[in-house]
Design a protein around this ligand. Structure first.
Ligand code: ATP
Ligand code: MG
Length: 649
């Protein structure tokens, strides 16, 4: 994206929100953290590492001599599960709730830290008895239930890296991942509850394993009690293998660089990448950022990351970060509209959640359903709310703060990636005066920047490529089995600097706005336009719930702007002139250059299973092409439906 031509739309957001005074006064992290980290970055990460209990101390904070393969906390030894569980029990916190589990059908379980220790020890003993050894990869394909966490922590406890595969993925996606990381051992469940029904999981594993001959054991948790096919010799019930085991298990200390897990990215832009995270740096990175960004007070907070454990957000902020910090979390199994559209708010009210962390796709869905739904519940326990996963449109940010945060709570828009392991760019809730839609600035200890085409930092009011100039503890170490792709994807574009693949912009104050993927930036008559900016302009109109914008090839202008818009439920039946109104609205908000050539009203948008809009499929529709690879799409029929809506069918 050439800096001089990037349209200056985003700098015009003028609303800012100061942290409430009492929040600021009591915040875990204050403004001085930035200065301390800037003066002595490694000293800062040394101090943060004291949050973790090391079985053997490290000798150096960072060894970057093998760049881009980092070694953090060199020579240190630790056990991730001990840090998440045992040490809290030893410290007298065994009765504290680790998870309030809420099943979709309303069944609940309360898991204390002592319960967690017992279950994880039993599961670790069971895995060992079944032949899982340190270094073996274990695939986990589960619903959102406590056993998923038991399984992950049992793997971490014995040093067997897990690879959690999101429970909505197909047999093909399971097979790809199992083969890619050489898995011989799978943990799954008969099924899970989604949209009011028992939906099968084991069936997909069975199908996947027809092409994965190396898998010799499948452990099956009974969740729904539905009928399952059974392969004798290979399949074993979790309860048979685990229940009779001892609750005693001595955690072994592993090297700080021992692999903790492999997580495949969402696949928004292409083939998912097997991202490898190791133990020491990841534990420090997640624990510190959970403490700093969410201002966690473990004695009193009830923390809810409303995401699936199958994504990195769930790994870092449902499992490892919160548990390292002895936090009480909520875990919810199901969908937000089962059995009614107020389900999330009912859960916030019931458990008196204090912190909520979710994705813009959810927020825009709630906007579409209407603000009167959350208004029926008592959300006054909330003191902080956060967002992750996509750029959040300023209007959605303001809606979220007003209708969920009671016009009172700070909002943290957190930018990071599966590759990053931990939040990198975000407001500090007790420090930053936030701007709706801006991730603001790198956290203390993180050196991120926005680069021009030729690798120079952009000035204010300029856009470019988001990069990270110094290594950070939670960073990926490589792509599983593919050092070349690791090097090419992240380190070749600007040598020695991490290339995130996202476009960003610095506003007049130097604050960072992430404006979407580099691949999504459009070129219209020589002007570089970001899809996010135009989408945000559309969403800022009262009638619009959600919008996706793409650039379609155009002989005269290079690319033309094509918009796909979902109207709010309250705005339906607005007639034809809504399209003209919206086109004029974008002109008013950004300028004539940004006015879409066509605006198509649709009922839904193609999204990945983690809820991100897949613009490349919309580009295929706009350019009248057969849609490309859609295996990571949540609902594969959406593209056909949009195609028929667009052609007036
Ligand atoms: P793939 O890399 O396989 O195409 P993906 O990039 O969607 O998939 P993730 O690692 O889950 O996989 O998502 C990270 C991406 O999500 C970021 O690169 C960015 O594009 C987007 N993102 C995450 N948080 C934010 C945020 N707060 N603001 C803007 N964009 C965000
Ligand atoms: Mg990505």
């Amino acid at each position: 994206m050439s800096t001089e031509q990037t349209i200056a739309a985003l700098g015009r957001e003028s609303r800012t929100f100061e942290p409430p005074a009492d929040f600021a006064a009591n915040a875990n992290v204050k403004a001085d953290a930035y200065e301390r980290a800037e003066k002595d970055r490694l000293g800062f990460w040394d101090e943060a590492a004291q949050r973790i209990t090391w079985a053997e101390p490290y000798t150096d904070v960072l060894d970057w001599s093998g760049a881009p393969h980092a070694k953090w906390y060199v020579g240190g030894k630790l056990n991730a599960t001990y840090n998440c569980v045992d040490r809290h029990v030893e410290n007298g916190l065994g009765d504290r709730v680790a998870y309030h589990f809420e099943g979709e059908g309303g069944d609940t379980r309360t898991i204390t830290y002592k319960n967690l220790q017992d279950e994880v020890c039993k599961a670790a003993n069971a895995l060992t008895a079944l032949g899982v050894k340190t270094g073996d990869r274990v695939a986990i394909y589960m619903p959102m239930i406590p056993e998923t966490v038991f399984a992950m922590l049992a793997c971490a406890r014995i040093g067997a890296p897990h690879t959690v595969i999101f429970g909505g993925f197909s047999a093909k996606a399971i097979a790809d991942r199992v083969q890619d990381c050489g898995v011989e051992f799978v943990i799954t469940a008969d099924g899970g509850y989604r949209k009011g029904k028992a939906s099968p999981l084991k069936a997909a594993v069975d199908e996947a394993l027809t092409s994965c001959p190396d898998v010799h054991t499948v452990l099956v948790v009974k969740r729904t009690g539905q009928e399952v096919a059974w392969t004798e010799g290979r399949d074993k019930w979790w309860s048979d293998a685990v229940d009779g085991q001892s609750t005693e298990h001595t955690p072994e200390a592993f090297d700080a660089e021992h692999p903790l897990y492999i997580m495949y990215s969402s696949g928004t832009t292409g083939k998912p990448k097997g991202i490898l995270h190791t133990t020491g740096g990841y534990m420090v990175g997640t624990s510190y950022t959970h403490y700093a960004v969410f201002d966690i007070k473990p004695e009193t907070d009830v923390f809810w990351t409303a995401a699936d454990i199958g994504w990195v957000t769930g790994h870092s902020y449902i499992v490892y970060g919160p548990l390292a910090n002895a936090t009480t979390s909520i875990m919810y199994e199901g969908t937000p509209d089962t059995p009614h559209q107020g389900r999330w708010w009912e859960i916030v009210q019931k458990y008196k959640a204090t912190i909520l962390y979710c994705a813009p796709t959810a927020i825009r869905t709630f906007m579409k359903w209407g603000h009167q739904i959350p208004a029926e519940y008592d959300l006054s326990s909330l003191r902080l709310i956060g967002s992750v996963g996509e750029p959040i449109n300023p209007e959605a940010w303001v809606w979220y703060r007003k209708n969920i945060g009671g016009d009172r709570t700070p909002v943290v828009d957190t930018w990071w990636q599966t590759e990053n392991g931990q939040i990198l760019i975000s407001p500090l809730p007790g420090v930053t005066a936030t701007k709706p839609g801006a991730a603001m600035r790198p956290l203390p200890g993180i050196v991120a920047d926005v680069f021009t085409e030729d690798g120079k930092p952009v000035g204010n009011n300029e856009g470019g490529y988001l990069v990270v100039k110094e290594p950070w503890p939670g960073m990926l170490r490589t792509l599983w089995g593919d050092d070349d792709r690791f090097q090419r994807t992240y380190w070749d574009r600007f040598p020695g600097v991490y290339f995130a693949g996202d476009g960003a912009k610095r506003d007049q104050d130097g604050d960072i706005w992430v404006i979407g993927r580099v691949d999504d930036v459009m070129n219209v008559s020589g002007h570089r336009l970001s899809t996010t900016e135009i989408e945000s302009a559309l969403v800022s109109h009262d009638a619009v719930a959600e919008a996706a914008v793409v650039g379609a090839a155009d002989a005269t202008t290079g690319q033309s702007i094509e918009a796909f818009v979902i109207l709010k439920q309250s705005a339906h039946g607005g007639g034809e002139d809504i399209v003209a109104t919206l086109r004029q609205h974008v002109r008013d908000e950004i300028g004539a250059i940004a006015s879409p050539r066509s605006i198509m009203l649709v009922e839904e948008l193609p999204k990945t299973r983690s809820g991100k809009i897949m613009r490349r499929l919309l580009r295929d529709i706009a350019e009248n092409r057969e849609p490309g690879d859609s295996t990571t799409l949540a609902d594969s029929s959406v593209v056909d439906r949009i195609r028929s809506e667009v052609s007036g069918g």
